[in-house]
Structures are given as C-alpha cells and as structure tokens.
Design a protein around this ligand. Structure first.
Ligand code: HEC
Length: 162
C-alpha cells in the first residue's frame, strides 16, 4: 500500500494555494482593511475587486451588496468607494489573453465584429494557440488595424498543459 501523507501536510498546501492570491491581490492604502473585513465571506475577495468601473459604478455595486446584506456604516461605505474607485478604476482591464478569450471578449475589447471574433476562434481551434501578434494578424478576414491599435492590451499565453 502507498503511504498517504498525514492530513495536516496535505491541507497545508491547500491553505497556501488559497491564501496567496487573496493576499497579493489588494493594494495597500486607506480602505484596504475595510475591504478585507466587509467584502468577503459571501464570495471570494477576488470577486469583490473583479470589476473596473468609475465612482458611480462602484457606488451602485456597494448599494447592491448592502441589499444582499453587507452591514456597513455610511462612513465605511465612503471609504470603500474611494478605495475601489482609486485602485479599480474604469478602463483599466487586465490584458486580454488571446488564447483564452471568448468571442464576447474579443468583440468588446478589440471592437471586432462578431464574424471577426468567430474567425479568430475558429483559427485557434483548428491551428492551436496563437504564439504572437503576427500569428493573430494572419487570420483571414479580420480588421488588422483594429487589433494593432490595441496590441499593448493583448497577451499570448501558451499553457503547458493541454
Ligand atoms: C452579504 C453577502 C455579501 C457580501 C459581504 C459582499 N457581497 Fe458582493 N455579492 C454578493 C452576492 C449575493 C453577489 C452575487 C453573486 C453571484 O451572482 O454569483 C455578489 C456579487 C458581487 C460582485 C460581482 C458583480 C455583481 O454586481 O454581481 C461584486 C463586484 C461584488 N459582489 C463586490 C462586493 C464588494 C465590493 C463587497 C464589499 C463591500 C461585497 N461584494 C461583499 C453578496 C455579498
């Protein structure tokens, strides 16, 4: 029979994997403590900061969370809205991984037509992941200018798995 590691050893790894990204995620500054205290429990803190939006957008999200049962004073909500607007502002989406993107993301992030996004996905399915911008621009039937103008917002990750 194979030896099975004792439970504490196995779960120690799990705790590490779960704890690290959550900690690394929140930038330091006024409001970080409140965000940590009030914005997890119902869902992961990474979901709390998954949006990029302006002050109005964050206020609306906070009101929605209050509706779901978040107990925060007006003062705390004020601190939260400042923190979230400062660190997760509109228009600063993380770069799009062309090799994992879905059609809707290609359309919205690159202002492509539905048919262009479909052509990219078809090409990816048939030929495998894109290695570089050059590969992507070679897809027939796409507006290369639109893609080139946003090239600094794109990454081409190749997963070692599949
Ligand atoms: C009392 C429970 C609760 C707490 C605490 C909570 N949320 Fe939520 N949150 C929810 C629920 C319920 C959803 C909807 C989940 C879903 O649709 O999967 C949600 C979803 C979200 C979403 C996804 C987008 C959306 O609008 O649905 C964001 C962003 C979010 N919460 C931000 C926050 C922030 C910021 C805080 C800290 C103030 C927070 N949440 C604290 C219950 C909570």
């Amino acid at each position: 029979m194979r030896a099975i590691p004792a439970a504490p050893v196995r779960y120690a790894w799990l705790a590490l994997i779960v704890a690290l990204p959550a900690q690394a995620e929140l930038p330091a500054g006024p409001g970080m403590a409140e965000t940590e205290r009030l914005c997890q429990g119902c869902h992961d803190i990474s979901q709390s900061v998954s949006l990029r939006q302006d002050r109005n957008g964050w206020s609306a999200t906070l009101m929605k969370m209050v509706g779901f049962g978040v107990k925060a004073s007006d003062e705390e909500l004020g601190v939260l809205v400042e923190y979230l607007t400062k660190h997760y502002p509109a228009g600063e989406l993380p770069p799009l991984d062309v090799n994992a993107a879905r059609a809707i993301q290609l359309e919205s992030r690159l202002s492509l037509k539905r048919s262009e996004a479909a052509a990219i996905l078809r090409h990816r399915d048939e030929h495998g992941p894109f290695k570089s911008l050059k590969d992507l621009l070679a897809v027939p039937g796409i507006d290369t200018g639109k893609i080139e103008s946003k090239q600094d917002r794109l990454v081409f990750r190749i997963s070692s798995g599949s």
